[in-house]
Design a protein around this ligand. Structure first.
Ligand SMILES: Cc1ncc(COP(=O)(O)O)c(C=O)c1O
Length: 398
């Protein structure tokens, strides 16, 4: 369905629902019908809708000061930077407004690093199936040919290889002198919830050290508690040189960050990059509340509890129908790949009051908030099972 109003450019295939309010893991439409939220605004409202701490911080900040620009010191931006420093060990941060912009900052940073090394045309290694955003730099880094199609000329300077293939990267290292960085999502999100192997990531880390390349992690989707830790790199024990985030950091307020350490933290100086709104007091008030809440005992641990409740209900209601080919992901970034077609699943979810999403064409992407109760998680798992059973029956699978 396209937009009802011709005044909206029709860039989205919108679902036929409008929400008017939300509470925790539930959204209510304009007729006050409740929907269990298995999408979290695409990995954004990780603390659920109207989280009291975030709402209070945003309302209080909005009542005092929303924006000043980066011409001046912004105390809350510095506070959030210190919070991020404490949890990630990264040394400094550039604040922007979205995931794509965080990727743009990283691309510029890597190119500047190449420039400092005297490399005329620095190359960044990126992966097939990756998603880094829709602005031209981020789009050029993105591995989905369909969404790049028709927007040329795109940026040069990206070397694309298959995920989890370390040999392909070793080959590039042997053949080229101009590589400066590797940019990866530790779990490919839009690409279908595909985790990169730990051995592969450790191999990348070692190769980056050996060749003096920057290892850059795009944790726009995996981050901010979604996978059970503030960022997945903590769990994996792989420290990137550049760490990108956005989405869940503001729980709905637009904020993105490009974090850097070591030589990466020395690349951008005054006048090299900027953003009018980046890290403004309002968005940073939200981010501060999010990071403070995530640091509390038990909040991120819920990711494993909710995942288990959802998957065990899914399993119980499907028993051994064989309708699920694979379950992937970490914490509350869950990919359920069915053996059935996926084209009707989202609409069937809406009919049942469940919000779901499809990623990579063939995988149900389930992104519940950390505040979902185990009972709601059970309902979500049972609901997905019921949808798969319905689709299979219609397709004559059973
Ligand atoms: C891994 C990743 N990087 C970047 C982006 C782009 O973020 P934004 O839509 O905020 O520009 C996304 C969005 O889905 C993403 O999943």
């Amino acid at each position: 369905m396209t937009d009802a109003s011709p005044a909206i450019m029709p860039t989205y295939n919108r679902l036929p629902v409008t929400f008017s309010r939300g509470e925790g893991a539930v959204l209510y439409d304009t007729d006050d019908r409740a929907y269990l939220d298995g999408v979290s605004g695409i990995a954004v409202t990780n603390l659920g809708h109207q989280h009291p701490r975030v709402t209070e911080a945003v309302a209080e900040q909005a009542s005092r000061l929303i924006h000043t620009s980066n011409l001046f010191h912004i105390g809350l931006q510095e506070t959030v930077a210190e919070q991020l420093r404490a949890v990630t060990g990264m040394e400094n941060m550039f604040f922007c407004n979205s995931g794509a912009e965080a990727n743009e900052a990283a691309i510029k940073l890597a190119r500047r690093y190449g420039d400092q090394k005297g490399i005329a045309s620095p190359q960044i290694i990126v992966l097939d199936g990756a998603f880094h955003g829709r602005t031209l730099g981020a789009l050029s880094a993105t591995g989905n040919a369909k969404i790049r199609q028709g927007f040329g000329p795109l940026l040069d300077g990206f070397q694309r290889v298959a995920p989890d293939d370390l040999t392909a990267i070793e080959t590039l290292a042997a053949e080229r002198e101009d590589v400066v960085a590797v940019l990866v999502e530790p779990i490919l999100g839009e690409g279908g919830i595909k985790p990169l192997g730990l051995d592969y990531l450790l191999g990348l880390r070692a190769l980056c050290i050996e060749h003096e390349w920057l290892l850059m992690f795009d944790e726009v989707q995996t981050g901010n508690g979604r996978c059970g830790s503030t960022y997945v790199c903590e769990q994996l024990g792989v420290a990137p040189d550049v760490l990108l985030t956005a989405k869940g950091l503001g729980n709905g307020l637009p904020i993105g960050v490009c974090m850097a350490r070591g030589i990466a933290a020395e690349q951008l100086g005054p006048g090299d990059h900027g953003s009018t709104y980046g890290g403004n007091p309002l968005c940073c008030a939200a981010a501060q509340a999010v990071l403070t809440t995530l640091a509390e005992d038990g909040v991120m641990q819920q990711a494993a509890v909710i995942r288990e409740a959802m998957l065990s209900a899914l399993h119980d209601h499907l028993s051994d129908t064989g309708l699920v080919k694979e379950v992937r992901g970490r914490g509350l970034m869950i990919g359920v790949q069915p053996n059935t077609p996926t084209d009707e699943i989202v609409n069937r979810g809406i009919a049942r009051g469940l919000l779901l999403n499809i990623a990579g064409g063939d995988t149900i992407r389930v992104l519940p908030p950390l505040v979902m109760t185990t009972e709601q998680a059970g309902e979500l798992g049972a609901g997905i099972a019921a949808i798969l059973n319905d689709v299979a029956q219609q397709e004559g699978h059973q």
